[in-house]
Design a binder for this molecule. Structure first.
Ligand code: XIL
Length: 299
């Protein structure tokens, strides 16, 4: 196959990209995005601050731009993200306790109702665990509303759109030996045992010199899949963009039957949130980097 999406499709998987709505008018950008990828995540446009800037007033304009571009071009869409400590609108940052809990559920209902039946995978909860060796939850207004906030979010999400796969998504959880990975594993195992509706786990896979790729990522994917959830690589970028490392990540996903697909976090290095890491598959001029071939040859 000659594109990433078509190559991934041979094994029933997707190869996706994060899209920024304000770049879709750049024809170099949209040409590559349309040609190479068959799944789309909105890089920022479906986050809480974008969709509900004022309490009770939803604005789906930018989210719909990304969604409509994807669907008009034959791509599936990952939803990102319904409950998160970051990129909350000001009004939500100021809430706590029961009022915040209600606002979280209202947000899930409002957004999932708008996109009902249209989103293949939703990141229901993003980044709830702390970095480092504690294995604890990350402190946030949501966490302080009660330890059960995550399962409350998943139950609300299931009721709002029963057709979407409901994912928990995080970073620095790719290394099987990390305390954060083990804490996330314990939560997913507990949810499956107690019937909390969770269908998938997203591994962001932002690899850099401080938190590099480790070959035990495959063990991590396999271990989560064995709990009875699908797994996805949701925000892949690799500092320096080693073709070998990119190929290893692809091989890890392909080795796990329940790995649904891979999403890279941007098109060209110049589009990246970490552009100084030159972490993506395309140069600023739109040409393919060696990492592109590392991915294509592995798919
Ligand atoms: C990043 C976006 O790429 C940036 O444009 C934005 O300024 C901040 O958020 N984990 C996530 C993503 O789940 O939503 C983040 O995206 C990157 C880290």
């Amino acid at each position: 196959e000659s594109t990433l999406g078509a190559a991934a499709k041979q094994s029933g998987r997707y190869f996706g990209v994060a899209i920024a709505a304000n770049r879709l008018n750049d024809s170099t950008y949209s040409t590559i995005a349309n040609r190479e990828f068959n799944s789309v995540t909105a890089e920022n446009e479906m986050k809480i601050d974008a969709l509900q800037p004022q309490r009770g007033q939803f604005n789906f304009a930018a989210g719909d731009r990304v969604y409509n571009w994807a669907v008009q071009n034959g791509k599936q869409v990952r939803g990102h993200t319904l409950a998160w400590h970051s990129q909350q609108p000001g009004w939500m940052q100021n809430l706590s306790g029961g009022a915040l809990r209600q606002a979280m559920v209202d947000h899930i209902n409002g957004v999932m109702n708008h996109y009902r039946g249209k989103i293949v995978e939703w990141d229901v909860v993003n980044e709830a665990f702390a970095d480092g060796n504690s294995g604890a939850r990350r402190d946030s207004n949501l966490q302080r509303s009660g330890n059960d906030w995550i399962e409350v979010a998943f139950r609300a999400a299931r009721a709002a759109d029963p057709s979407a796969k409901l994912c928990y998504n995080d970073y620095n959880v790719e290394n099987w030996n990390a305390a954060k990975t083990q804490a996330m594993y314990a939560m997913v195992r507990d949810f499956k045992q107690r019937g909390v509706p969770i269908d998938c786990v997203g591994f962001q896979a932002h690899f850099n010199d401080g938190s590099p790729y480790n070959s035990n990522f495959r063990t991590t994917l396999q271990s989560f899949a064995a709990l009875g959830v699908d797994v996805s690589v949701t925000e892949l970028d690799i500092q320096g963009a080693s073709p070998t490392t990119y190929g290893n990540v692809v091989n890890d996903c392909l080795a796990v039957t329940r790995c649904l697909g891979i999403t890279v976090w941007g098109v060209r290095d110049t589009d990246s949130w970490r552009s100084h890491h030159t972490p993506l598959l395309f140069n600023g001029d739109g040409s393919k980097k060696p990492a592109y071939n590392g991915v294509l040859n592995a798919l």
